[in-house]
Design a protein. Structure first.
Length: 56
């Protein structure tokens, strides 16, 4: 897998997590711990995208 295609896959995962976070924020039964975990995953992916983008 090339670096650019890997970055694109990470962007897709980041977008999917963004949607999950939005849905979770509107859902009444979602715990704050679960929401925080989703946000941490999203942040890690964003940081990875930024790091890899610097290498291109």
């Amino acid at each position: 897998m090339s670096l650019s295609s890997h970055i694109e896959e990470l962007k897709k995962k980041h977008h999917a997590l963004s949607e999950k976070v939005e849905v979770a924020q509107r859902a009444p039964g979602v715990s704050t711990l679960e929401l925080a975990d989703l946000k941490k995953q999203k942040l890690k992916i964003k940081e990875e995208i930024e790091r890899l983008s610097m290498d291109v």
